[in-house]
Design a protein around this ligand. Sequence first.
Ligand code: P1T
Length: 390
Amino acid sequence: MKKGMKTDDLHLATKVIHVGGYPDPETGSVIPPIYQTSTFIQSSPGKHQGYEYSRSHNPTRTRLEENLASLEKAKYALVTASGMSATMLLMHTLPVGSTILCGDDVYGGTYRLFTTIFKDIHHFKFVDTTDLKAVEKILLEDHPKMIWLESPTNPLLKITDIAAISKLAKKSKAKVVVDNTFLSPIFQTPLELGADVVLHSMSKYINGHSDVVAGALMLNSKSLYDKLWYLQNSIGPSQSPFDSWLVLRGLKTLHIRMKAHEENAKVVAAYLEKHPQVEKVSYPGLKSHPQHKIAKKQQSGYGGMITFFLKGNIGKSKKFLSKVKLWALAESLGGVESLIEHPAIMTHASVPKKVREEIGLYDNLIRLSVGIENVDDLISDLDQAFKAVR
Ligand code: P1T
């Protein structure tokens, strides 16, 4: 793509490959170089070509930010060193003592950040955001400055009506942040549904190869972007040029990867739903999912994440997880390879057991990140693990 070409009307499959990927003007290299430098020359003090120091800006990161903004239909994107650092920066934009309304089922690391590091700085109200009446009540009584949503949630895969929440939030002047990690912009664009900020752990689908830890924020407000950039530059969680380059590389296949993840996930979810050793399956693409209709309305796909409750106690779940051979027992998600994990012991161990049980995150819950391998191989592996614990 030539630099300067208008990209707004391009389709996602084209954008993921081209936006920010214009050839290197110096050499004509089709693939952009990795600007692996900490600093940039100045012709006289303060006179430079737009780049001074890589904590502040780096040309490889700029290209990635251009691409991400275009995918989420945002004016601005800020790439950070991890998903958690993106969350941390957003928390620092709020005045001390702010109230934040947060979904009751969020990534364990997000819960930990809010309930430990920011516990004495802000007030957090956790609520089931699928319950609009409960959200409205908190908006009226506690006047939160921010609403924090994951949709689908990690790990229960609950779906929140983003447009309805954004409408309520506008009346109360609360900013809506949507963590869009589980769907990527291929299947959901929250800014178009009325949200103010989109967050991604790019360690997941956006990079897609389980070899980078990265985060991003996409938004339309210039003043909020300026504040976030100032915070990032002052605190320092900037992405390295090499990692930005790797994410740009991974992004090129995001569109086809998401479709392949979803195709496999639909087959695995249907298989699990019929399995006699499975108590319950949660996958937004299943008609049995309580918010299936909302998912259908606001998403263009259902994604590759599935959770299910295995019949039996925690011992049985642990045994099942130690029996899989092709599925990797590991934290994280969104890579091309299939991953399996136990949220109560692994990704959500920082959520107290009492709180986990209040929201339905029981010890027999197993989370799958369905990869893009041959789906028959994935099912045979699950099959032999089910047989081993029968
Ligand atoms: O790991 P990091 O890039 O810092 O992103 C944190 C994060 C934020 N939001 C969501 C929805 C996430 O799932 C994560 C990270 N989650 C895992 C590592 C996991 O296995 O669930």
